[in-house]
Design a protein around this ligand. Structure first.
Ligand code: ZN
Length: 498
């Protein structure tokens, strides 16, 4: 391999060391760090971020990439994959002038404060001027990055490389009316067959931790190369090739909240632990997109964890950890974790209504970036669309357009990846059942090795070799459509109603 490629590999490794150190500091900030350490931690993180940015946007990096491109690498080689992705990332990082990057981070800091205040008092007016500036900055960034059709393409590309606004629009608008009808049907089915409530708590945290750990280990999470800790918001972060950290939170009245948090994050963690270790720190060893990452978490959480057979298998172990469950049954637990109800809050939404929350956000973001909507129009548009999609009248902006943190961080383009994850998960699960005879019997007996190995082989092992859509298409043998997801939700609604 050429000297330029070797230099890039060396730089990538240096950046992986710095980046994973920064992730470790962030993980500590969310889990164990004392409050008064916050200011120093912010300086540490800002210093590392600046260093990483300087090392990656240096002139020599651009020169090395250009030299590699001039060599004409075989298109399917690891080197070609890495150079292609390095080019993409270098261009994104260098096309923005540093004054604009600074303005973004200052505005985001102010916007975050304003958003916290606005949400607490449900006053959109407090957030509106900052939202307006964030939208303006996002449009400027999109113009500098460039895009094929819509400025939103350039923003989406940060989270879902290769996806286009037109394609997401087509998928989501195809899904919306069918999902609205299904949600209405699901809510009626649920009302006719209410889920029995859980036996009263407490469900002690220590018992929840023991049960969660048992389930996570059975799913295949490697505790020699990872941990589960407690944080206000569950997340998964990779701190190195053999160091994957998950978090969850506990509710002593309902053990299933931490359990499903863990199963979701284990899905992300298995992707992390399944990436090719030899390529750590280079695109061949990185996750391809958020929409594929989310497919892994939703597959384990929803398709495996919310199935009837999951509770038939795990019920005795749950009773072992929580003796009061002896008065319950696998069927009752299954019903409990599959309740369908309309809610204002996305993060509390069930599988059937969840995507409607995402479609609403995508509609707004796309219009904001294409200039069809301005910051001041957001609450009215939100409330009208919410009622149209979910049939509920939004009582205040705290339970409406102020509920999510994403926009206050300038994260336009992130939301669609949640629903893309759901569509991908359903297609992957269907393909796994078809590819692995006996899979359903294995899952029913608590044997998850076959499914895990199939996901590793079809998804994890490829790193960023293929674009997300192509990777899924290779794995399932068809382009991404909402059909498998809709079929999954339809059978869920039918089961809940019977
Ligand atoms: Zn997730």
């Amino acid at each position: 391999m050429s000297a330029a490629y070797d230099a890039l590999l060396k730089r990538a490794r240096e950046l992986a060391l710095l980046g994973s150190t920064s992730s470790l500091l962030q993980w500590d900030q969310e889990t164990f760090m004392p409050d008064r350490a916050n200011a120093w931690r912010a300086e540490q993180l800002a210093h590392l971020a600046g260093l990483i940015h300087r090392l990656w946007t240096a002139d020599e990096v651009g020169r090395w990439i250009a030299e590699c491109e001039a060599e004409g690498l075989a298109s399917d080689s690891d080197a070609a994959v890495n150079v292609r992705e390095w080019r993409r990332s270098y261009d994104r990082a260098t096309k923005l002038p540093s004054a604009l990057v600074e303005e973004c981070s200052k505005t985001e800091a102010l916007a975050h404060q304003a958003w916290v205040e606005a949400r607490a008092s449900s006053r959109f007016a407090v957030f509106e001027p900052l939202l307006e500036r964030l939208i303006e900055l996002a449009r400027r960034k999109a113009d500098l990055w460039g895009y094929p059709e819509s400025p939103y393409d350039a923003l989406l590309d940060a989270y879902e490389p290769g996806a286009t606004t037109a394609e997401v629009h087509r998928l989501f608008e195809d899904l919306a009316p069918r999902l609205s009808a299904l949600a209405a049907k699901g809510v009626r089915a649920q009302e006719a067959h209410p889920a029995p409530s859980l036996p009263p708590g407490p469900y002690p945290v220590a018992a929840q931790q023991a049960f969660n750990r048992e389930v996570a280990a059975a799913l295949g999470f490697d505790f020699q190369a990872g941990r589960i800790d407690t944080a206000a918001h569950p997340f998964c972060t990779g701190l190195g090739p053999r160091d994957c950290r998950l978090t969850t939170r506990y509710d002593e009245t309902d053990f299933t909240s931490s359990l499903y948090g863990v199963m979701h994050e284990v899905g992300h963690g298995l992707y992390d632990q399944g990436l090719p270790e030899a390529h750590y720190g280079t695109p061949c060893g990185e996750a391809v997109s958020l929409g594929v990452h989310e497919s892994q978490s939703r597959l384990w959480e929803n398709h495996v964890g919310r199935s009837r057979t999951f509770w038939e298998h795990w019920f005795p172990r749950a009773v072992h950890h929580f003796p009061q469950l002896a008065a319950s049954s696998p069927e009752a637990l299954w019903r409990h974790v599959n309740r369908i109800e309309r809610t204002f809050i996305r993060v509390e939404a069930d599988e059937v209504t969840y995507d409607l929350h995402i479609i609403l956000r995508f509609r707004i973001e796309r219009r904001l970036m294409e200039g069809e909507l301005e910051a001041r129009d957001v609450p009215a548009y939100w409330n009208e669309s919410f009622e149209q999609l979910l049939g509920l009248r939004v009582p205040d902006d705290a339970r409406g357009c102020l509920q999510d943190i994403h926009w206050s961080m300038g994260g336009f383009g992130y939301f669609p990846t949640y629903t893309l994850g759901n569509l991908n998960a359903a297609m992957l699960m269907r393909a796994a059942v078809a590819a692995l005879p006996g899979l359903e019997a294995e899952l029913a007996s608590g044997n998850y090795a076959g499914l895990r190995a199939w996901l590793k082989e079809t998804i994890h092992a490829h790193g960023m070799r293929y674009r997300a859509g192509d990777l899924i298409e290779r794995a399932v043998g068809a382009p991404v459509t909402p059909q498998a997801h809709l079929d999954h939700l339809r059978s869920k609604v039918a089961a809940v109603g019977s």
